[in-house]
Ligand binder design. Structure first.
Ligand code: DX5
Ligand code: ZN
Length: 214
């Protein structure tokens, strides 16, 4: 199980120290939540902040866009060469075109489903992406309560991936903690995003160890 701490719950007054701390504590990816105040009712970080994050770590970046105009945002962040760019399919008319745009930049494409968005919408996309991010809260804020129906979605997606893309990575984001991590692992998740659980924990390494269910 890989862990991607979400810096949304970090102390922004000392963001580079926080990024260094989770990197040294064993983070596999640094999850960056970019919100535009339109797709979700919140605003977070711009490209200058993510540049500072990138300077503070060698851990690959996992950028989760919660925005209306994904192409505009990809162009704004592409020079940062994240490992993954994840975008919500609820907002995009030309999903395949955006996947190709990300792939052509040498970045691994990933699509995101909100809690109410069904897995069947991925039938003709799943073979073209490296990862699917399943939201286990309604996007927009850290510290929300885990929505357990994501466990069935992980299983359903894993079955679809067996047929169409066996190397697909499944990432889960929202309300992840030490109680639901074993259930997420059993259901078939590969990467867990955790904001408040990691950053509110007194020891970041211990927090991530608990989430890995080792
Ligand atoms: C919510 C974000 C999450 C958030 C998770 O829209 O996508 O990445 O930071 O925070 P927790 O782990 O506190 O639910
Ligand atoms: Zn996120």
């Amino acid at each position: 199980m890989k862990i991607a701490p979400s810096i949304l719950s970090a102390d922004f007054g000392k963001l580079s120290d926080e990024v260094k701390a989770v990197s040294e504590a064993g983070a596999d990816y640094i999850h960056c939540d970019i919100m535009d105040g339109h797709f979700v009712p919140n605003l977070t970080m711009g490209p200058m902040i993510i540049e500072a994050v990138k300077k503070a770590t060698n851990v690959p970046l996992d950028i989760h866009f919660m925005v209306e105009d994904i192409s505009f945002f990809i162009d704004m962040y592409k020079h940062l060469k994240p490992e993954f760019i994840s975008f919500h399919i609820e907002e995009e008319k030309h999903i395949n075109r955006v996947i190709q745009k990300i792939r052509n930049l040498g970045i691994r494409p990933s699509v995101v489903l909100n809690p109410a968005t069904p897995v069947c919408l991925l039938d003709y996309i799943v073979a073209d992406v490296d990862m699917v991010l399943l939201m286990s809260v309604n996007p927009g804020f850290g510290g929300q309560k885990f929505i357990p129906s994501v466990l069935d979605k992980i299983k359903e997606l894993r079955e679809l991936a067996q047929k169409k893309n066996p190397s697909l990575l499944i990432e889960v984001d929202g309300g992840v903690n030490d109680k639901n991590a074993p259930l997420l692992k059993e259901a078939g998740a590969d990467i867990l995003v955790a904001g408040s659980y990691v950053f509110k924990h007194p020891d970041y390494a211990d927090a991530m160890k608990a989430l890995r269910c080792e």
